[in-house]
Design a binder for this molecule. Structure first.
Ligand SMILES: Nc1ncnc2c1ncn2[C@@H]1O[C@H](COP(=O)(O)OP(=O)(O)O)[C@@H](O)[C@H]1O
Ligand SMILES: [Mg+2]
Length: 135
């Protein structure tokens, strides 16, 4: 398993926002994939969680501004879904507090991938089962 130091509720809220966006804005793609990888980074192990949808995607000119408060790429779609434009600003804020970061990749017409990277504590190997006497 992978362990991340931080505030459980905040981290859950960050992932909820990303999954909710993928389900709302990427609904036409019919599926959302969530994957996790662990990689060695110069400062220590890093966990990356990617939330990938197959919806309309996001035009490149919006990407740099997407985490600004109240910024919406598709205002009509956001309004129709009850959005406020605050979700990704919150995600960014939470990740900053956890020394993490958010990556956004998209190909218009093919979907969007939001990747959260967080420092992870060393992966723990399963404890040897000492309760069972050998032999
Ligand atoms: N998975 C996605 N696919 C397409 N557009 C997205 C996706 N996630 C976010 N967006 C765009 O980014 C904008 C900002 O997202 P967010 O901050 O969560 O605000 P909102 O309250 O509108 O969901 C959304 O309004 C939407 O235009
Ligand atoms: Mg949102």
């Amino acid at each position: 398993g992978v362990t991340v130091a931080g505030d459980r509720d905040e981290l859950v809220r960050a992932f909820e926002n990303l999954v909710e966006n993928a389900l709302k804005y990427g609904a036409s793609g019919g599926r959302v994939d969530i994957g996790m990888t662990l990689a060695a980074a110069p400062q220590g192990d890093e966990v990356a969680v990617a939330v990938k949808d197959y919806g309309p995607g996001i035009a490149p000119e919006h990407l740099p501004r997407l985490t600004e408060r109240f910024y919406r790429a598709d205002v009509a779609d956001s309004r129709a879904q009850g959005g406020t434009g605050l979700g990704l600003a919150l995600v960014k804020h939470i990740l900053q507090r956890h020394r993490g970061r958010l990556g956004i990749d998209s190909t218009v017409g093919a979907g969007a991938t939001f990747t959260v990277r967080l420092p992870s504590l060393a992966e723990r190997l399963p404890e040897p089962d000492t309760a069972q006497p050998a032999g």
